[in-house]
Design a binder for this molecule. Structure first.
Ligand code: NAI
Ligand code: MG
Length: 341
């Protein structure tokens, strides 16, 4: 029996998390879910975006499946997503982008994974305004890159490549301009690469990488990069394979792992029952893979891909005239899984 912290989140979160739980349970893997609050839902009930009970639960189970959490823009509380990654030192954010048959995108045969450093860089939280007579005349955000933090995520990328049977790691940076921060990251990358002669290694400047991802996405395999670039590139990669509703991510640390969709709480469609549950369901599959439940993870992936290929019982982001919603799509995936048994 596996015990897993479950955070439904807000916006479309509770609906897609329900869908994911239904699909995961259909595989028969025995799981007890420890439901906890975070973000807006926790502020409303407990006046605290990240309650101790939630942190204790993750500390105890070391595994978490999390729905998206709304983060106030500008002021308000700090991103709970960023806090969770930093609290549990979830240093590697693994975001695969693999083409689906049956999605309306001109890009075929995309099969890459972005590994984003998840605790440092411009997300380190070192920022402030500079004020003169209470007027904000400037602002500074400091990117923090450590040799140790760079090495562990780059090493993770190479190990991931080996384990997943991938043969190239591309390090993405801006070392021509950010000579210190990006420079250090690149320098460590070149050193680590020497330990992996079986894996090809190259590097790209982030702007050129964006162009190439659109022109020749199939030339990428594993991308490893710093926090902000990884955040941006992974949404770009999600666009290549048919949208944010389709891509999942794992946040991996030494002592805990947290699985989520790449997308946010989608307030624009929150009450419509039409959110695509795929990303959240695939986050569940990544979790199962992580805990060694390989065949259950494969079943989910097969079932999701079959339902999308079929194109009938899918949410409107995939087929605008389908007339189906989140739970219909989840049910279609569940019945595919039972056919695979
Ligand atoms: P978003 O990812 O929530 O939405 C962007 C666009 O994609 C919207 O048009 C939305 O309707 C669509 N979309 C997203 N997920 C979808 C799905 N499953 N099915 C169909 N369409 C989907 O990004 P946005 O609007 O910038 O952020 C909303 C909130 O989410 C913000 O407060 C943000 O901070 C938070 N957020 C949280 C994340 C997390 O919990 N890991 C990640 C990204 C954003
Ligand atoms: Mg993002």
């Amino acid at each position: 029996m596996h015990s897993i912290t479950l955070i439904p989140g807000d916006g479309i979160g509770p609906a897609i998390v329900d869908a994911a739980v239904k699909v995961i349970e259909a595989t028969g893997v025995p799981i007890t879910w420890d439901r906890q609050l975070a973000g807006m839902a926790a502020v409303e009930k407990l006046a605290n975006p990240l309650p101790d009970a939630t942190l204790d639960s993750i500390r105890q189970h070391r595994l978490c499946l999390k729905g998206p959490l709304t983060t106030p823009v500008g002021g308000g509380y700090r991103s709970v997503n960023v806090s969770l990654r930093q609290t549990f030192n979830l240093y590697a954010n693994v975001r695969p982008a693999i083409s689906f048959e049956g999605t309306a995108t001109p890009f075929k045969d995309v099969n890459l994974v972005i590994i984003r450093e998840n605790t440092e860089g411009l997300y380190a939280g070192v920022e402030h305004f500079i004020k003169v007579d209470e007027e904000r005349i400037a602002a500074e955000s400091i990117a923090v890159i450590t040799a140790k933090g760079s090495e562990r995520v780059i090493r993770y990328a190479f190990e991931h490549a080996r384990k997943a049977g991938r043969n190239k790691v591309t390090l993405v940076h801006k070392a021509n301009i950010l000579k210190c921060t990006a420079g250090l990251f690149l320098e460590i990358g070149r050193e680590v690469a020497k330990d992996y002669p079986d894996i090809e290694f190259d590097d790209r400047i982030v702007d050129a990488c964006c162009m190439q991802l659109v022109m020749k996405p199939h030339t990428f395999d594993v991308i490893v990069t710093t926090n902000l670039f990884g955040d941006i590139l992974s949404d770009l990669a999600a666009g290549l394979i048919g949208g944010l509703g389709l891509t999942a991510g794992a946040n991996i640390g030494r002592d805990a792992a947290l699985f989520e969709a790449v997308h946010g709480s989608a307030p624009d469609i929150a009450d419509l029952g039409i959110a695509n549950p795929t990303a959240m369901i695939l986050a569940g599959a990544m979790l199962l893979e992580h805990i060694g439940e390989r065949s259950a993870a494969r079943k989910i992936e097969h079932a999701v891909r079959a339902v999308i290929r079929d194109g009938r019982v899918v949410t409107p982001d995939l087929n605008p005239t389908s007339g189906y919603g989140t739970q219909d799509m989840a049910d279609a995936i569940v019945s595919r899984i039972s056919e695979l048994d």
